[in-house]
Design a protein around this ligand. Sequence first.
Ligand code: UD1
Ligand code: MG
Length: 373
Amino acid sequence: MFSLIILIVLSILSYLFTDELIPKLKELFIKAGIYGIDLCKNSKDKIPEAIGVVSGCVFLVTSFLFIPIVFGRSLMDREHFPHNEFAELLAALLSICCMLLLGFADDVLDLRWRYKLILPTVASLPLLVVYYVNFNSTTFVVPIPLRQFFGLSVNIGFLYYVYMGMLAVFCTNAINILAGVNGLEVGQSVIIAMSIIVFNIIELQGDQYKAHSFSLHIMIPYLATTMALLKHNWYPSKVFVGDTFCYVSGMTFAVVVPQLFHIIPCPRHRLPKYSGETDLLQASKTLIDKKDLNPISELILRVFSFLHLIDKVEDEVSITINNMTLINLFLIKLGPMSELRLTVSLLMFQTVCTCVAFLIRYPMASYFYDTKL
Ligand code: UD1
Ligand code: MG
């Protein structure tokens, strides 16, 4: 409890520090050539990019400062020092640190998509090794409706590590893909972080007390520094957060569309199309030459259009579809709207999603599992 109070105080300080630091460093980024142009505005001002590296660094430093406070008392008694927990925390911070480096490299060098998939897997290795040594539990409890097929629990062995490695790729890229309108990357991360904190607090009384308190120690400073970033990234953005931020936020929300695997052509930017006259955003479109279609892409287009998930216009030689992202889906369903309204609508959708997750976890848990987990 004592360490939690110190953590909250430290986190408030880290919020104030990040908030001060961002405007001071803006010019430095522009001078170094790390800037972007806001594609949904008339103004062509240079906006500093990759500012996530500032909040990310303050977040890491806060977590480092916190180590002597949490483990300080244990240091007096070396024989009982909690090596396992210490290794877990260090591995977690190392993985986040790797992501910070990778994200910053991506912002500066514009990496290809294949590296965006490989590197998070490598970055998750330290955590996987610590998990292997400390727990090595690769069994999961089967939900009640599926027990007649699989039994009470299934041990998936090595596949569990493959799953955890893939989760890292999913988490980092999910946030990066739901991006491109002011405040969306950071806004969604704040909502996810708050949901996790609420979950941890509810579960603090349970028998998984240690895991939830561990999570809180990482999430609270993360939330504080991210809120400071949101203040500067909110519409109209004075800074862009860059892939650095998206990767550091290893939390998730995904729209994995077939476009990513180039089954359907995927342009460099899929963010909505801005109209300078009306100041509104509408869904951005991709033109596909019919010659480039193969049976799989045709089938996908047909299914998506049958489900009314895309707007499709066809002539003899080509097909025009909207880019297949959640942002564009909102725009084709709700019509053109301002950037601020779009961000707020998407963040409200995100809030509803986390509420549904809580509904499944608490009131509905008894349909799937017989004991309270
Ligand atoms: C991902 C998306 C891409 C989307 C981009 C927007 C996929 C496969 N990739 O690419 O479709 O267009 O994110 O971030 O889905 N920008 C704005 N307003 C904002 C934020 C960003 O105009 O609020 C623009 C700026 O020009 C900025 C650029 O997007 O410089 C950053 O793009 P970047 O993060 O490098 O794109 P990716 O992550 O590769
Ligand atoms: Mg990005």
